[in-house]
Design a protein around this ligand. Structure first.
Ligand code: TYM
Length: 321
């Protein structure tokens, strides 16, 4: 079973990325042949300059390794180290109806947020389809916001297979975990870099504490019961705490006598403790930059060899050779 997922290096990784994609990816590396990559071509759509992009790629590599990606089990690489993906993207784009891309939420959202509607943003799902299909991927662990893109991938694979040969491209499935499909941000909307409501996985202690203690709450007095339905404090706490601790938190909300400051303090502690082992590993990785370079170079070599086989098959089938 080939498992594949990618993350964009467009700023700090956040808790939504972790629970939506990274944690499932780390679990799946024990269950199949995993390919995980840093989507730096995709990030060019929103990147400010070359140095920033390079820096973000390195940081993401360190962070993903710190979070448990094991290069002895999974192939870890930079998207742009396998430029063959662009050729497959082109081939896919020749069967891709405009309407399919026009319906994509992520494109519509970006335009609504004021991004200029360039071709890179528009064609983004075609490149993502090529990422997935180039490695004969079976399973794609992602958060819910990427489901539509995997559907587009399946559509395009179907069109290519109809036209050029039944089993040419492998049909992938998204894998979305129900309870972390949409991790909420600090304001209760979906956690997203573009909403400015993210809780980073790694960040300075004081600053991270301030983010959590700054979560907006209602004005229920300390001694009164507090609503648990839709509470962002509880929803985030569930990610980090044991079931028993979550039940205790809910009971304390309902009992009254605990102020929001106290309840948020518990969330803060659970968050900080959860990522403690990853922080430690991250410090080790930062101290050894050549290790990270080596991992990415080896990953690129393996990914490229795999991609060459699939691309050769496709080139033959579509009449390019
Ligand atoms: P990106 O970089 O926006 O997000 C990386 C992963 O994190 C998940 N995610 C979330 N999951 C749950 N709750 C949230 N609030 C949340 N925010 C983000 C995303 O669903 C994603 O799984 N297009 C992709 C990158 C990509 C890719 C691919 C993924 C490029 N090619 C091929 C899979 C396969 C993206 O922009 O993800």
């Amino acid at each position: 079973m080939r498992i594949l997922t990618g993350l964009q290096p467009s700023g700090k990784l956040h808790v939504g990325n972790y629970f939506g994609a990274m944690q499932p990816a780390v679990k799946l590396q024990d269950e199949g042949d995993a390919f995980y990559f840093i989507a730096n071509y995709h990030a060019m759509n929103t990147s400010e300059n070359a140095d920033e992009l390079r820096e973000n790629v390195r940081e993401m590599a360190v962070d993903f390794l710190a979070c448990g990606l094991d290069p002895a089990k999974a192939t870890f690489f930079r998207q742009s180290d396998v430029p063959e993906v662009n050729e497959l993207a082109w081939i896919l784009s020749t069967v891709c109806p405009m309407g399919l891309l026009e319906r994509c939420h992520s494109y519509k959202d970006k335009i609504a947020k004021g991004f200029s509607p360039n071709h890179g943003l528009f064609a983004y799902p075609v490149l993502m389809a090529a990422d997935i299909l180039l490695y004969d991927s079976n399973v794609v662990p992602v958060g819910k916001d990427q489901k539509q893109h995997v559907e587009v991938t399946r559509d395009l694979a179907g069109k290519i297979n109809d036209k050029f040969g039944k089993d040419l491209l492998v049909m992938p499935e998204s894998q979305i975990r129900e309870n972390t499909a949409v991790v909420p941000g600090l304001d209760g909307q979906k956690m997203s870099k573009s909403y400015g409501n993210t809780l980073p996985i790694f960040g300075p202690k004081k600053k991270m504490r301030k983010l959590i203690m700054g979560i907006k709450t209602d004005s229920t007095p300390v001694e009164e019961p507090k609503p648990i339905e839709g509470s962002i404090i509880i929803d985030l706490y569930k990610l980090f705490a044991s079931e028993a601790d979550v039940e205790q938190m809910k009971a304390d909300f309902l009992a009254g006598g605990f102020g929001y400051g106290d309840l948020k303090g518990r969330l803060w502690e659970a968050y900080w403790e959860f990522f403690a082992p990853m922080r430690e590993k991250r410090d080790e990785l930062i101290a050894d930059p050549s290790y990270v370079d080596r991992v990415l170079a080896e990953g690129a070599e393996k990914a490229r060899a795999e991609a060459a086989v699939v691309l050769q098959r496709v080139r033959k089938a579509v009449g390019l050779i």
